[in-house]
Ligand binder design. Sequence first.
Ligand code: GLC
Ligand code: CA
Length: 559
Amino acid sequence: MAESHTWWKEAVIYQIYPRSFMDANGDGIGDLKGITQRIPYLSKLGIDVVWISPVYASPNDDNGYDISDYRAIMKDFGTMADFDELLKVAHAAGIKIVMDLVVNHTSDEHAWFIESRSSRTNPKRDYYIWRDGKDGGAPNNWESCFSGPAWQYDEATDQYYLHLFSKKQPDLNWENPKVRDDVYDLMTFWCDKGIDGFRMDVISMISKDQRFPDGPMKDDGYGDFSPYCISGPHVHEFLQEMNARVLSKYDLLTVGEAAGVTIDEAKKYARADGKELGMVFEFEHVDGGNGRGSVIEKWTTGKPKLANVRAILNKWQTELEGCAWNSLYWDNHDQPRCVSMFGSAAPEYRERSAKMLATCLHMMKGTPYIYQGEELGMTNTHFTSIDDCRDLEEKNAWQQFVIDQKRVSPETMLACFDNMARDNARTPMQWDASVNAGFTTGTPWIAVNSNYRDINAANEVDDPASVFNYYKKLIDLRHTHDIIVYGTFRPLLEDDPHVYAYARELDGKRLLVACNWTKDEVPCTLFDDVQGTELISNYPENAHKKSALQPYEARVVLL
Ligand code: GLC
Ligand code: CA
């Protein structure tokens, strides 16, 4: 079936985590003015759209994913005037701006929650999910995503409220039509400012099974809420209503963050007729099912296995063909750095493997997302103690698994953090070799990765062989070759132990892509007898070997 053409299918998105991108005023925290200063850098890279992690007023329990006022800018990040200026400068440079929309929950310091908790009869009581306790404890056994129970007892009214994330992130009650009206109003407020889309935080969790049953027991002693909260009973009704009331009135990019989403559900969220969202972020290829194993819950020192990652991504590619659109990503602010997780951060392989991974992803069908610093091949950092950590997920896991339950030694947990912690992605952007990597003239809120003198934008921007310029070329290719955007995806060599290969096809043309996921030279005859044009490779064109791919080699040939 021919794919309908839209701008957001043809675009490459760049994600900014504002806290760590660029600090313009020297307080150690990235800000809106800093982003505006760096628009020329983004223009040079050639991306089309910036998605900015939340910049709204927030007490920062979860770095802005706990919002206390949806119509105000976080003080650390600047003012509404700074935002308007950023939007203007970005638009003038031809860059669109996508906002993060966090409406599964608010901050407990949002005015709605302050009213809601004040009494059982307050008109805002039903804006959140309040229940009586059971048998002297919480209403059910659900565990929050950040360790510990998903229910918090509130003495003032002798009831519990639900928080799937931290206790400072109470879940909104989407069953209440007034909540939905208010959400649509605040979305309209931002659309009328002229923004170009929304990335919707944990949008797959807004509808909860109203019976609130216990979940299956996990190995840490709590119950799993997923069967009752992920793609819950009314989620598609709510999104269709949101679409009719807001989204359909503008020309927006919409992407739903959808942990736990199945292919069948994704076909509904990202349905081709556009009645819900444009696309979703699936999680399978970054979750435990990718073969990395587990020490406890998400924590592990293991690495994903090619066979698992390939099977997962190939399945998403082929099954959404013609009925829904894919998003493509290796990392973001919640994931470790992709070169460390899927490639190799060792100095001899870092650049090659970063380029290989970029090729593997950017030649697939879907809209690619680049997370700040990925285009430089930034790596995971090293945690020497819990004091290096800033993320509440790490702090809570430390408390639960190391201190309270004593199930994991401090050394093991730190090794797991080096591999998996979200803070790996949140160390400051590495701009140059000056102190604090040019991110701030003050003290950065989280330590800069010690490798910034070698890995930084100033080194890379003018070096034609850099990771940066490789990403730039991949972006250019997507902009010039329809087949990269709209061609159908066909898996190749599905049982090869080392090589991820596939073809794209459009109007009688064929694109061959092969990526060696290992540090060894491996056999591959895919290119032996083909006549075509090499579009990109991380090895010079005259350095390829017959019937083989060299360490982390990636090749793309158009036939
Ligand atoms: C999403 C965000 C993550 C945040 C969580 C709660 O997963 O990406 O950073 O902690 O939702 O809002
Ligand atoms: Ca600042």
